[in-house]
Design a protein around this ligand. Structure first.
Ligand SMILES: Nc1ncnc2c1ncn2[C@@H]1O[C@H](COP(=O)(O)OP(=O)(O)O)[C@@H](O)[C@H]1O
Ligand SMILES: [Mg+2]
Length: 485
């Protein structure tokens, strides 16, 4: 039965707990948090730090509790913490509205606060501490891993509330409730399979369920086995890098890659680019690069020999080998750094664009002049480039005559692109104006013809059709340029 399946809202949002009671199996955390919130501000710690693995209900609990206790949530996430001024603005907003008569109470949520650990500027952290001290509203933070040394000042001022990893049983329970509400046929074994794969991350489990349920209208073991293998919880390159670098054990590093959107070839490039960003110690860097280059040798051998048995070694080296390389400066593993996109990939995609652009230009020339693409590229384009770089006015007319885009003009004109584009735009505007006038004139004649059939109006008509012919031929390269010059 797929009719009941709502395709628009992600189920993780649709089935977000609305009440504290709906947050499954986090009884200790719930009790502790509710007590803290109820007593606030008469509490020993003015902030609360909810921590635990992803997808176990941290954010959900804050939202449900806020709802039940009549708080309005003011939310910020890690990327907002960068500037102190942002945080001060939020604090001011909370303070202002709190003092307004009848305004709703505010709760400030700093979600995934561990994102600031290790960032270069300490400003964000300082601002949060400042905010906690002065805030007229309760401040709740969440984190996956609050144990970074840099977060210690935060831990000291926070009520620490631990969330546990959800069990397979918990996950199955939530999934089957969702199936029932969606009117979705599901096999118990299928739900167990999804739950197992989720490692207690309910968010990813629900996403898996939705992917299968929506796609097939039912959730059976065979479908799930086939579809849930490539995990829905695919991590983007940045998460992948973070997980590989911060892995404490070899298996964690390997899992990071298996859960990634990146394949091993791409991962190799991302690591190559970012090892020096993450690791600062020269020896640590050397060890990491060594592991990566060995992985590369294996990958090369696979290509040569077709022996895919080697892949496992390559993967070990590029994940665990890199993760465990930080021996001199192990804290570097958890440093928050802004990863950069692999330059090789940037260049490839850039040249891909350029290549496509060249092809498009060649195609235009080829059809226009009835020559082959190859001739257009090898013989006409070089001449065009010379023209574009020496005679912008003429170049602009050619470009318009051939129907080139601005991108193409830029490519051919290179350093002269501004000059050529200026003419190009001017002529385009002129042509557009002419076309408009033409269209207007045509309307006028029709009206005129309809009212009187005088000889004068036919005379004007033929004059206009001569002009129309000129505009028409202007798309042909030579006549247009001749006419204008
Ligand atoms: N303990 C839980 N009880 C009920 N639903 C949960 C629980 N944990 C997670 N979920 C579901 O998973 C989704 C993500 O949970 P969330 O609270 O955002 O996790 P996180 O711990 O990463 O903040 C929610 O939308 C909710 O549907
Ligand atoms: Mg969350």
């Amino acid at each position: 039965m797929s009719e009941g399946v709502d395709k628009r809202i992600p189920w993780v949002i649709k089935y977000r707990p609305k009440r504290i009671a709906e947050v499954v199996n986090q009884e200790d955390a719930k009790a502790k948090f509710v007590e803290w919130l109820r007593k606030w501000p008469n509490v020993p710690k003015r902030a609360a730090l909810l921590y635990g693995p992803p997808g176990c209900g941290k954010t959900s609990l804050v939202e449900a509790a806020a709802h039940e206790f009549g708080y309005e949530i003011i939310e910020m996430n890690a990327s907002d913490f960068r500037r102190k001024s942002d945080i001060e603005r939020i604090a001011a907003r909370a303070a202002m509205s709190n003092s307004l008569f009848g305004a709703k109470k505010k709760l400030i949520l700093l979600d995934e606060v561990d994102g600031i650990a290790g960032r270069e500027d300490a400003g964000g952290l300082e601002a949060i501490l400042h905010l906690i001290k002065l805030s007229p509203s309760p401040i709740v933070m969440t984190a996956n891993d609050p144990w970074d040394q840099k977060l210690r000042p935060l831990r000291e001022v926070s009520e620490m509330i631990q969330f546990k990893r959800l069990s397979k049983y918990d996950v199955v329970k939530v999934l089957s409730t969702i199936c029932r509400k969606e009117g979705l046929y599901c096999e118990e074994e299928a739900l167990k399979y999804i739950a197992e794969r989720s490692e207690g991350d309910l968010r990813s489990a629900i996403n898996d369920l939705q992917a299968v349920g929506e796609g097939y209208g039912k959730v059976t073991l065979s479908l799930v086995k086939e579809l849930v293998k490539p995990r829905d919880r695919e991590h983007d390159p940045f998460e992948t890098l973070r997980n590989i670098f911060s892995a404490r054990y070899a298996w964690q590093a390997k899992m990071a890659l298996s859960q990634s959107q990146l394949d091993y070839d791409q991962a190799k490039l991302w690591l190559l680019e970012n090892i020096p960003n993450q690791y600062t110690d020269p020896e640590d860097r050397a060890r990491a690069f060594e592991a990566l280059s060995k992985a590369d040798v294996y990958l090369g051998r696979i290509v040569k020999t077709g022996d895919w048995g080697l892949l496992a070694y390559a993967i070990d080296l590029m994940t665990a080998g890199v993760a465990l390389a930080a021996r001199n400066n192990p804290k570097d593993k958890y440093r928050w750094v802004r990863y950069s996109f692999p330059q090789r990939l940037v260049m490839l995609s850039r040249t891909k664009d350029v290549r496509a652009l060249r092809d498009d230009i060649a195609k235009l020339i080829a059809t226009h002049e009835h020559i082959s693409m190859a001739t257009a590229k090898s013989e006409v384009m070089p001449i065009l480039m010379v023209i574009f770089r020496s005679n912008p006015d003429y170049a602009a007319r050619l470009a318009i005559g051939l129907g080139m885009s601005e991108k193409m003009v830029e490519y051919l004109a290179g350093p002269m692109k501004d000059e050529v584009l200026a003419y190009y735009r001017k002529y385009k505007e002129m042509m557009q104006r002419e076309a408009m006038e033409e269209a207007m004139a045509r309307t006028m004649t029709t009206v005129a013809r309809e009212t009187t059939e005088s000889t004068k109006s036919t005379g004007r008509g033929s004059g206009r059709s001569r002009r129309k012919k000129e505009v028409g031929t202007s798309t042909s390269l030579l006549s247009f340029t001749k006419k204008k010059s």
